[in-house]
Design a protein. Structure first.
Lengths: 250, 282
């Protein structure tokens, strides 16, 4: 199967600090790739290189290839703004736009880009996909801040879906949420992978085991091992991976 | 740990002390308002808002032309001052870390410390001398120059307060940087920036010194921005330094009118902002 994304020799720095060393990995289409590893291992940076958000941080740079459907994201003539509509992102903490209503938040990616058409229909579809519609359908005009943390995070997922990305990057999307909200997000991911390719960074190994098809273990900026999730958790090739997934360090 | 009664006593003491400080700070404000209202209110009438100034000794008359003049000049100043000041502030917050940004910030700081009468001289040199006449344009330029630096610095501080996560959320949706700055970041800071703009407008409306030799004054209606123009503040100044009792009364009343206008503008703008974001409130 041709990969949806192919990363080759990816390196990244913050000023002089080398945070990603020669990472190469394929992401299969319509699958969930979980990226695990201890804090500071470069997994968030890896994620942010996949939609060129990394380069927005002052002093950040990167090198290597990241292909999306065979086309290098870092090639000449690639507009990072357009690219980010194809590779959406959900962040660790829910970050809805506080001045906008629930509806306007979902529609923001479209309306701010001058899209004209039936926003109502898209807003409903995205909220349904994000499993939030039933909870908010009667108060779409209310502030996004009136929602609970878990609802806000699903709102952010709906907002990311509205621009119709092909890949969804999730940076510890449930780490600020309670167990029930976390379970909802995980359930949602199972549904979303029918239509989207998902890369999720997580600290929670049970979560990685539950939601992902493949898992990549990062340590000290290197990709130690990647493979089918079951293999990584039951029969890893590397000792470091085994030590981490069995809780010996990290 | 200290005993509960002692901690309660300290708590009460500090609460009382803070309350007293607040009252103390309110005393000058309250007495000022009271003085202006009590001295100005007797002269207040509908015609005071609409009529031309009357000569000494003649009853009636008003400051209609001065209200119009102040409104014109503050309006013209806003036309230039608000976009430039707010725009510069957004630039400083979003892109102002380089040498150019530092130079702009330094200039704005120096500028905001310049006495307003000096700004008046600048406008005199830039507009009055070449045009060979006092005008509302010169006055408006002086007011705009006063507004820009403080507005830029306040806007910068307010925009910097907007969490970076909102910027990231917007950029990750494929919204371009400039749109993110204007439509997401600036909008989030809008409430604070409105307050800053209102303060700048109120300050401009209350300025006398930079208008003395730019707009000068005018005893008649003037609808042309290239002519000498009356303003409430200069009118108050002229009335107040005159030796006539009825003009002193008019100075107080005109001062009350100025306060009222700024107050109405303030409340009105706040209501408008609340309405425009009402959809965004629970």
């Amino acid at each position: 199967m041709t990969p949806k994304m192919r990363v080759e020799g990816l390196q990244a720095w913050f000023h002089d600090r080398h945070v990603l060393r020669d990472v190469s990995i394929d992401v299969a289409p319509l699958s969930v790739l979980a990226v695990i590893g201890p804090s500071g291992c470069g997994k968030s940076t890896f994620l942010r290189c996949l939609n060129r958000m990394h380069e927005l941080v002052p002093g950040a740079r990167s090198q290597g290839r990241v292909d999306l459907d065979g086309e290098n994201l870092y090639g000449r003539g690639v507009d990072p703004v357009r690219l980010r509509r194809r590779v959406g992102m959900v962040f660790q903490r829910p970050n809805p736009f506080p001045t906008m209503s629930i509806k306007d938040n979902v529609a923001a990616g479209l309306s701010l880009n001058g899209w004209e058409g039936d926003l109502d229909e898209i807003v409903e579809r995205c909220l349904v996909q994000a499993a939030l519609w039933d909870e908010v359908k009667d108060r779409l005009r209310h502030s996004a801040l009136s929602l609970s943390g878990g609802q806000q995070q699903r709102l952010c997922i709906a907002r990311a879906l509205a621009v119709e990305p092909e890949v969804l990057l999730m940076d510890e999307p449930a780490s600020a949420l309670d167990p029930i909200a976390t379970a909802k997000i995980e359930e949602l991911m199972h549904e979303l992978k029918e239509r989207y390719t998902i890369v999720i960074v997580t600290h929670n190994m049970q979560q990685a085991a539950r939601v992902s098809d493949t898992t990549a273990f990062f340590y000290m900026g290197e990709l130690v091992e990647a493979g089918a999730t079951e293999t990584i958790f039951t029969n890893p090739r590397e000792q470091r991976t085994e030590d981490y997934v069995t809780g010996k360090f990290g | 740990m200290r005993s509960l009664p002692l901690r309660r006593a300290v708590d009460a003491l500090v609460t009382i002390a803070c309350g007293a400080m607040v009252l103390l700070a309110l005393v000058p404000l309250g007495s000022l308002l009271w003085l202006v209202v009590s001295k100005g209110a007797p002269g207040l009438s509908l015609s005071f808002f609409g009529a031309l100034p009357a000569p000494v000794g003649e009853p009636g008359g008003g400051v209609g032309n001065a209200i119009l003049g102040t409104a014109t000049m503050v309006g013209l100043a806003c036309l230039v001052g608000l976009p430039v000041g707010i725009g510069a502030g957004v630039f400083l917050a979003e892109k102002g870390d380089g040498p150019f940004g530092r130079a702009v910030r330094f200039t704005a700081e120096v500028f905001s410390g310049i006495p307003s009468i000096v700004i008046g001289i600048v406008a005199y040199g830039l507009v009055v001398l070449p045009m060979r006449r006092f005008s509302a344009l010169a006055g408006a330029l002086a007011l705009a120059l006063l507004m820009i630096p403080t507005l830029a610095r306040t806007t910068e501080e307010l925009v910097r307060l907007v969490p970076g996560t909102l910027r990231e959320a917007s950029l990750a949706l494929g919204i371009a940087q400039w749109k993110t700055s204007l439509r997401v970041v600036l909008r989030t800071a809008a409430g604070g920036i409105l307050t800053a703009a209102l303060l700048a407008i109120a300050r401009a409306a209350g300025e006398t010194a930079p208008l003395l030799f730019t707009a000068l004054n005018n005893q008649y209606w003037n609808f042309r921005p290239d002519q000498p123009t009356a303003s409430l503040t200069v009118q108050i100044f002229n009335y107040a330094i005159s030796p006539y009792e009825d003009w002193h009364q008019k100075a107080w009343t005109a001062a009350l009118v100025l306060l009222l206008l700024v107050g109405v503008l303030n409340v009105g703008a706040r209501l408008a902002l609340r309405r425009s974001t009402a959809g965004g409130r629970a």
